[in-house]
Ligand binder design. Structure first.
Ligand code: NAD
Length: 252
């Protein structure tokens, strides 16, 4: 899939852009010609991503925001619109996961996962939908193959990702007439920090890899190339759905 300047003249906001899939999408969007508003809590890591994007010729600004905070998201809206004047692409990528039996989850941990993975998507969409460019606006929400299938010890995570799918469908219908599409990307296991408990456990890593028909974890760049396509003009007839990129996991 070519990322050849498909996003030229477009402004994209990416949450959780300091590392992992968010960082890979920031770099791919920069290569594709987008101007970038990069959001995360870690300004040190974010500054490195900003420098890499600028090194690829992109305009890139960084914003320290906790996406679970309504006040911070509203301030982000004011700051991004003051800087760029408009937004074309909103990528809701920030996410977390804790893995344990349901009986060991506190209510606070449940809220932390739901607030980070799902409520943040509502807050960002509510803030930016009125300002998304008509005709070519794009919202891309990071769901997961765990919205389709699940495994034990993922109760809040799977619930949050399935919630993203409901949000994605309803919002897609709400904004379709404005030429704005809303889609999700549902990755299978990729080699990023969110999977450190698996990647750092040789036994678990072997077990997960054995369950992947392609025999390996996904690369962040593969998810990023898909995001560029969904953000581009080529994807205008795709809305209210998700694209699964999982090495064949859910086909089994
Ligand atoms: P990661 O842990 O490498 O990065 C997560 C990013 O989200 C970081 O930049 C982090 O700072 C940011 N973040 C977390 N909480 C935040 C908050 N409250 N406010 C602002 N930023 C916050 O994870 P990743 O693998 O890059 O995952 C990105 C997204 O893709 C997540 O939504 C995740 O659930 C989803 N996903 C990942 C995989 C995978 O295997 N990596 C699979 C399916 C879905």
């Amino acid at each position: 899939m070519s990322t050849d300047k498909k996003l030229s003249g477009k402004t994209a906001l990416i949450t959780g852009a300091s590392k992992g899939l968010g960082k890979a999408m920031a770099l791919a969007f920069a290569d594709a010609g987008a101007q970038l508003a990069l959001v995360s809590r870690d300004m040190k890591l974010l500054a490195e991503v900003q420098a890499a994007c600028r090194g690829r010729g992109a305009q890139a600004e960084v914003y320290q925001v906790d996406v679970t905070s309504e006040a911070q998201v509203e301030q982000l809206k004011r700051d991004v619109l003051a800087r760029f004047g408009k937004l074309t692409i909103l990528v809701n990528n920030a996410g977390i996961n804790f893995r344990k039996p349901v009986t060991e989850f506190s209510l606070a941990e449940w809220h932390q996962i739901l607030d980070t993975n799902l409520t943040s998507v509502f807050l960002l969409c509510r803030a930016f939908v009125p300002h998304l460019e008509g005709g070519c606006g794009r919202i891309i929400n990071l769901s997961s193959m765990m919205a389709h299938v699940s495994i034990a010890h993922r109760v809040p995570y799977s619930a949050s990702k399935a919630g993203i799918m409901g949000l994605t469908k309803s919002l897609a219908l709400e904004v379709a007439a404005k030429g704005i599409t809303v889609n999700a990307i549902s990755p299978g296991p990729c080699g990023t920090e969110i999977n450190a408990p698996i990647l750092n456990n040789p036994e678990l890593l072997a077990k997960f890899t054995a369950q992947l028909p392609v025999g390996r974890f996904g690369k962040p760049e593969e998810v990023a190339a898909l995001a560029v396509f969904l953000a581009s003009g080529d994807s205008g007839f795709i809305t209210g759905t998700d694209v699964v990129i999982d090495g064949g996991w859910i086909a089994q």
